[in-house]
Write a protein that binds this ligand. Structure first.
Ligand code: SF4
Length: 389
């Protein structure tokens, strides 16, 4: 697949690099904040603006609610009086909101180039081919797919069709336990196909469920039969898809060691999308909601090195000035696709709605939505809480 410059060109097989049509105001326009305020006021209760934790402050200022992707989709579903949902996040989140909201609600993604590189690493054709390979190796009768919320609607639908569940970074343990229980329990013979984030899958299996690293194999969609032998697949308990988050995957063990060496008494807290060695070296691991709650509950004067997206870490430092909050890596780790949503795109989306035009509507195919809903409903039926990302 050729690489596309963000915001230019069109490739329907990827969430990234698709064009965003429309006449956008210039980023230097000094009236953008006033225009956003005016458009939002004109729309009143007809619009509900959702802001993911990783969004820029200039966008978060206009959000009616801030949260992780699953919380935001549920918030949208709880507001059926709002015909327009403006989702300041990325494409798979807007898809989930479209699936979970009522038919009359229309979900808008201010920039269509706001995709997710992790979600792109599991294309539906690749996953269907992988399932065929695994069927040839004779393991699919014991195999339950579990897909992370950070996947396309098509992958969620695949999961629903094959009797699996969606999970979040908060409930991945419960989801994996449930999946094993469908085929003989954690001590039994069942297997999990975990999509698309190998790190969350590995961290869950090894840290949370006590399986060994040898119980996990990685299916590489770019290699014949995933690069695995029949024996390897038969012996494995968890088949991890070869995907990762391009933001959280950058945090390194060296950065954890450097933080410990340079900040006395520092606590390292990271997201479970980080590499296994980083998660093992950290003091605490959790979803964005858990990271926020942990720092909020800590005594004043505590020092934290935080391994998650930079917009959120900077906001945490502002929210909790009595804590010492440092970013774990030396290099900048913004989610570049999240950052596609900026004030010019938000103004354009809102002013278009004021003018009666729905731009960049995210609309999931009804059959895909039906099966994705099956996997999402299965997640909602899991015991315990369901916050994520
Ligand atoms: S932070 Fe990672 S998983 Fe989240 S949207 Fe960005 S690339 Fe995707």
């Amino acid at each position: 697949m050729p690489l596309l410059v963000l915001g230019q060109g069109r490739d329907l097989a990827t969430e990234r690099g698709v064009e965003c049509p429309g006449e956008l105001p210039a980023p230097s326009n000094p009236g953008l904040v006033e225009r956003a305020r005016a458009a939002k006021a004109a729309l009143g209760n007809t619009v509900f603006i959702l802001g993911h934790h990783y969004q820029r402050d200039e966008v978060i200022e206009f959000a009616d609610v801030m949260g992780d992707s699953f919380k935001l989709a549920k918030e949208a579903a709880a507001r059926p009086d709002a015909p327009y949902i403006v989702f300041c996040g990325v494409h798979f989140m807007a898809e989930s909101a479209d699936i979970l909201t009522a038919k009359h609600q229309r979900v808008v993604l201010p920039d269509l180039a706001a995709g997710c590189s992790m979600a792109d690493m599991a294309a539906i054709g690749q996953v269907e081919d992988a399932w065929d390979d695994l069927a040839e190796m004779g393991v699919t009768s014991d195999l339950i797919p579990v897909t992370y919320m950070n996947s396309s609607a098509a992958i969620k639908a695949f999961t629903g069709r094959h009797g699996g569940t969606v999970c979040t970074s908060s409930n991945a343990r419960t989801a994996m336990m449930w999946a094993f229980d469908q085929r003989g329990g954690a001590e039994g013979w069942g297997k999990v196909l975990f999509l698309p984030d190998q790190h969350l899958g590995r961290n869950t299996a090894v840290r949370e469920l006590g399986l060994s690293l040898e119980d996990c194999v990685v299916f590489d969609p770019h290699k014949p039969a995933g690069g695995l032998t029949r024996e390897e697949v038969s012996a494995a308990r968890v088949i991890l898809w070869r995907g990762h988050c391009s933001v959280h995957g950058r945090f390194s063990l060296e950065a954890v060691e450097a933080a410990r060496a340079s900040i006395p008494g520092v606590m390292v807290i990271v997201h479970p999308e980080c590499q296994h060695e980083v998660v093992q070296a950290a003091d605490a691991v959790g979803s964005t909601e858990k990271i926020i709650a942990t720092i909020a509950a800590a005594p004043d004067g505590t020092s934290w090195a935080v391994g998650t997206e930079l917009n959120l870490v900077r906001r945490l430092a502002t929210m909790f000035p009595k804590q010492h909050i440092a970013f774990l890596e030396k290099s900048v780790c913004y989610c570049s696709t999240m950052n596609r949503i900026d004030l010019p795109h938000l103004v354009w989306a809102l002013e278009s709605l004021v003018a009666g035009r729905v731009v960049n509507q995210i609309s999931v195919d009804p059959d895909v939505a039906k099966w994705a809903r099956v996997a999402l409903d299965q997640m909602l039926a899991l015991p315990g809480e369901t916050s994520k990302d």
